[in-house]
Design a protein around this ligand. Structure first.
Ligand code: ADP
Length: 692
């Protein structure tokens, strides 16, 4: 069977041809109605399948021409079209004599079935049964034109529509292209900015992806790697290629930690540009929506900072060393000065009992006063040395502050009297119990009252005590208020520094070491207290110290211990051996004790031990530094070994008065301790206690 396929679209022709050939039909193809008519005349087909709209001659015309033709009119005619829009089109086609009107697209099986049925039907038909339509020519022409115009309009509308669509699509595409261009420009600018930014920095900057490949790096890092590893790094290069052995393990571990999401910071020491450099390296994970995609690294050269710290540390160590030297110098010096001072003060004291002339007594009083001042200064220096080497020993006892202050104040009445100053005490609260070191507390109060008297020429000195609540805790305050010369604002801070005075240099108007307040401050602070000053020049000063106190205990009243009365035994009762290498001191002590005890003296350890064996002593006074050979502690230990001296008191009489000395002597053979210089009463009191 021969089938003539007519279509202006090559793809339609190809499709139908393949379909029909595949089902055993032979096909002839024509591109328009005119060509088809020519082929049909030459070789009459069994079936014509035609599109409608085609150039040169359309499908309707072809159908009419065939149906008018005597030979061709029996050939079945099928319209196969995509431009069907109206039922009228089908009606018109059938009126023209077409057998079928099929619409694209169509199911191939159905299409083939229609072909086969049409062919069968056509065979059965007689030639006569096929009529040229009887419609009048004018009617046909009119309808025909209308149909064609309708189809053309449809096609135009369709093509207009698709043109519009195309335009819209085109515009969208154009927009996308522009946006893409803009984005590319932004990226280019951003990357130029970034490059300029990182390349002008003198930190090492780089980043790597999660596979350890370089993403970005600055010039400095590139130069650094080139000099250090002799490798010019490039983008996407494996960042671990720079390293070997231990360094490789080190960096791999650090990079892996950062890539696992940790922020890392560490220091590197590198020989770079012939100098040892210190770098501080920061590795930060780069986190995006997909998680950690790599790490960014920045390495800052901290060489200068490091050097400054090292220099500072060295300077600090040196300063500490100097301070240690100063402390030990102060301690040694005060020891050396104390020993002769004992002689000076002791003899002066004895002489007061012996001298009758008022002039001589006056001179002697001056010697004693100067000696005492020197002794006080030595005590201050020692206190400072102790405080600076953090050896200030605090023995906290519960003390009643009012009573302690009152007792201390009593010592100053005569001093104030001499300057015709009024000394008054104001107690704001009764029974103030505080856990304080009695000795340190009394020293602080004494320093402040002493200063107040010293720096006040007329008026009065008032000492106030009381309790106050600070930040919900209870504190005790002691104020020493004077109407003296005052301290100007700019000196109010510095007077707490060691050796500093408000008036310094050649024109200084008051004597003093400038240590009292420094020591008072240190002592206050070791007992967790504070010290402060308010002052106005020529109006006076208020020095305030405050200590935290136990809230609970302050509800109860405690009695203050009364001073113990010294009992002195008869001289026949006890015999004392004084071991001392300095003759002057041996004689002095003998004089001190002559009315109270039997006194023997020994100048060295050997003599002492001999005398110990030959006599029976009730008490030993032991100097510690006995020059060469045995020292006082060794003598004490030897004495202790003897059966009859196991419990005999041994009093260490020494100028070693640094913190810890006393404890050390007491642990090593001595039972009591007396610091040089001491006065007669101190000595008698201690001996009496020891003998009890
Ligand atoms: P010193 O009194 O031995 O000089 P301090 O450390 O006790 O040493 O005092 C330091 C300085 O503070 C004093 O030299 C003095 O200038 C000033 N100062 C201390 N107390 C008073 C006071 N009550 N009134 C005026 N000035 C004072």
């Amino acid at each position: 069977m021969n089938i003539l396929i007519v279509d202006d679209k090559i793809e339609n022709l190809y499709l139908l041809e393949s379909l029909l050939n595949g089902s055993g039909y032979k096909t002839i193809i024509a591109n328009n109605g005119a060509e088809a008519l020519g082929f049909a005349h030459k070789n009459k087909p069994d079936l014509i399948i035609s599109d409608i709209l085609m150039p040169v001659m359309d499908g309707y015309t072809l159908c009419r021409e065939c149906k008018k033709d005597e030979i061709l009119n029996e050939i079945p005619f099928i319209f196969y079209t995509a431009t069907y829009t109206d039922p009228k089109d089908e009606e018109f086609a059938l009126n023209l004599g077409a057998d079928k009107f099929l619409l694209k697209p169509i199911d191939p099986d159905y299409f083939l079935e229609v072909i086969s049925i049409t062919l069968n039907e056509s065979q059965k038909k007689t030639i006569n049964s096929i009529n040229v339509p009887e419609l009048a020519e004018t009617v046909i022409l009119k309808e025909y034109n209308e149909t064609l115009i309708r189809k053309l309009e449809d096609k135009m509308t369709q093509s207009e529509l698709s043109e519009k669509e195309l335009k819209i699509k085109n515009n969208a595409l154009q927009k996308e292209i522009e946006e893409r261009k803009r984005a590319e420009k932004t990226i280019r600018e951003y990357s130029a900015n970034l490059n300029s930014l990182i390349n002008t920095r003198n930190e090492l900057i780089w980043s790597i992806d999660s596979e350890f490949h370089f993403i970005i790096f600055n010039k400095f890092y590139q130069e650094f790697c080139e000099e250090l590893y002799n490798i010019k790094i490039e983008h996407t290069m494996d960042a671990l290629l720079l390293f070997k052995d231990e360094e490789l393990t080190f960096w791999k571990t650090k990079y892996s930690m950062a890539i696992s999401g940790q922020k890392i910071k560490f220091e590197l020491k590198v020989l770079f540009r012939n100098l040892l450099h210190y770098f501080e390296v920061f590795l930060n994970p780069i986190i995006s929506d997909e998680g950690v995609t790599g790490l960014s690294a920045i390495s800052v050269d901290i060489t200068e900072r490091k050097q400054a710290v090292m220099e500072l540390r060295a300077a600090k160590e040196k300063a500490e060393e100097m301070n240690r030297l100063k402390t030990s110098f102060l301690a040694n010096m005060s020891h050396e000065l104390r020993t002769p001072l004992l002689g000076i003060l002791g003899y002066a004291e004895i002489l007061t009992e012996e001298l009758a002339s008022a002039t001589h007594l006056n001179m002697l009083n001056n010697i004693v006063a100067s000696g005492k001042r020197l002794s006080e200064t030595l005590q201050l220096i020692l206190d400072l040395a102790n405080a600076e080497s953090n050896k200030l020993k605090v023995v906290e006892n519960s003390i009643e502050v009012n009573q302690t202050v009152k007792n201390t104040l009593e010592f100053f009445y005569s001093k104030a009297n001499k300057k015709q100053l009024f000394l008054e005490y104001q107690m704001n609260d009764e029974n103030i119990l505080a856990k304080l070191d009695d000795r340190l507390f009394t020293r602080i109060i004494s320093n402040l009252i002493d200063n107040a008297i010293k720096y006040t020429n007329k008026g009065k000195i008032t000492v106030q005590t009381g309790k106050e609540i600070i930040n919900e805790s209870l504190w005790v305050f002691i104020k020493v208020i004077d109407t003296g010369i005052g301290i100007d604002q700019k000196h109010q801070k510095m007077i707490f520094d060691e050796f500093r005075q408000a008036s310094e240099g050649w024109g200084r108007s008051f004597e003093g070491s400038g240590l009292g307040l420094t020591i008072s401050k240190k002592m206050t602070e070791v007992m967790n207290g504070t010290i402060s000053v308010e002052s106005e020049i020529n109006k006076g000063s208020i020095f305030t110290i405050k200590f935290p106190i136990d809230l609970e205990n302050n509800y109860h009243v405690k009695n203050v211990a009364t001073n113990e009365i010294i009992k002195i035994k008869n001289k026949e009762t006890f015999s004392v051996l004084y071991v001392e290498d300095e003759e002057i001191n041996r004689n002095l002590i003998r004089l001190y004790l002559k009315n109270f005890y039997l006194v023997d003296t020994a100048a060295n350890g050997k003599d002492a031990l001999k005398m110990v064996k030959e006599n029976n002593y009730d008490l030993f006074l032991m100097d510690i530094n006995l020059g060469k050979d045995m020292n006082g502690l060794q003598v004490a230990q030897e004495i202790k070994k003897m059966e009859n001296y196991k419990t005999t008191p041994i009093i260490a009489v020494t100028a070693y008065t640094m913190a810890g000395d006393k404890e050390s002597f007491l642990e090593n053979g001595c039972s009591h301790y007396l610091a040089k210089p001491f006065n007669k009463d101190d000595l008698l009191k201690l001996i009496s206690n020891a003998l009890k």
